[in-house]
Design a protein around this ligand. Structure first.
Ligand SMILES: [Zn+2]
Length: 187
């Protein structure tokens, strides 16, 4: 490996675009995608506004984020970062402080506020982050003969009746501790 592969700002700018995340429902795992499509079509039909922030997370991007954090903050030995096929990055700068600095620069460029999971449902294409809102009462009538009226508050993705509807009718489950996050099993 050459210095061109050293972790840090230059590496991030030159390479991070190869590992993009998706906000497209089409990129989800087919089994979950079908559930999400039915859920979203029904909510849109009921007049809800939906903004999708994230669907499938690129596995290599998640790896980069996870280990950048660990080298920057967890005293993880940069020489011990496991290799990924097709990914050329050298975490070990031959100097502990320089290695930590390179990783920290990447943490900052990724805009990370906490460590990235390597086992997120997003990596499997089985989770979606979205914000939902509606006016007054949400009347969900698709698929027939569904006839759900949600009058309770809040009028958002945090609504407990909506969580129940998503889980029981559509198989799309809310993770309550993570405001925008819904998945195939609530994880
Ligand atoms: Zn999520």
């Amino acid at each position: 490996m050459s210095d061109a592969n050293l972790s840090g700002k230059d590496w991030w700018r030159a390479n991070q675009g190869k590992y993009p995340n998706s906000r497209s429902v089409d990129d989800l795992d087919p089994a979950f995608r079908d559930r999400v499509e039915r859920f979203l079509a029904s909510l849109r039909d009921a007049g809800a506004s939906i903004t999708i922030a994230s669907t499938r997370r690129n596995a290599t991007r998640a790896h980069l984020m996870h280990y950048a954090w660990r080298v920057a903050y967890d005293r993880f030995n940069p020489a011990d970062v496991p290799p990924v096929a097709g990914l050329n990055i050298q975490w070990d700068h031959g100097d502990a402080e320089a290695s930590r600095r390179g990783a920290l620069d990447m943490v900052n460029l990724f805009g990370m506020k906490h460590i990235a999971s390597l086992t997120s449902r997003h990596i499997q294409g089985k989770a979606i982050d979205m914000t939902l809102s509606w006016k007054s009462v949400l009347e969900v009538t698709r698929p027939a003969p569904l006839n759900a009226r949600i009058e309770s508050l809040p009028r958002s993705g945090q609504n407990r009746e909506l969580h129940e509807l998503g889980a029981t009718v559509f198989g799309v489950h809310k993770l309550r501790s993570d405001p925008p996050h819904w998945s195939i099993d609530g994880k």
